[in-house]
Design a protein around this ligand. Structure first.
Ligand SMILES: [Zn+2]
Length: 144
């Protein structure tokens, strides 16, 4: 059943290659969630740079600790950036006594900050609990 699903997916994407997002090697690992950022990157590659490699993006086992560190950093910086944008918007609104122009400017600024935070984009994996369980098990195996 699972094998059939895989074959189907292979047929759909036209490849069975998997690439690790951290080390860039062709390896199997934890599947990354295909969200809108990944989708737009794929679109960009396909239509703008025309070098779509059709890799399924994964996080290989060796890169799990590194991935968790980078992912946590990205999530944190994204909330800081968006938080700053919101504070900026509220400040503008208060200073301008609620002008629509200030609101539009604040929202544009927040979107811009959000896009900036995507420069360090590290996507989520499909099965976060599985990855975390693996990381904990790996950490326990190694004596600190
Ligand atoms: Zn890797």
């Amino acid at each position: 059943m699972e094998k059939r699903e895989k074959t189907k997916e292979r047929a759909r994407t036209g490849t069975s290659k998997k690439g690790c997002i951290i080390c860039g090697k062709e390896k199997d690992g934890f599947d990354v969630k295909e969200d809108y950022v990944i989708e737009s990157m794929r679109w960009f590659k396909r239509n703008v740079t025309r070098n779509a490699k059709n890799y399924t993006i994964v996080v290989c086992k060796e890169c799990v600790p590194q991935y968790r560190k980078l992912r946590a950093r990205h999530v944190r910086s994204r909330s800081i950036y968006v938080g700053l944008g919101v504070i900026f918007t509220v400040t503008l609104l208060l200073a301008s006594h609620g002008s629509l122009g200030a609101l539009a400017y604040g929202i544009a600024m927040t979107v811009f900050l959000y896009l900036l935070s995507l420069l360090s984009y590290i996507p989520a994996v499909k099965d976060e609990s599985k990855l975390n369980a693996f990381a904990v098990a790996a950490a326990e195996k190694k004596p600190a």
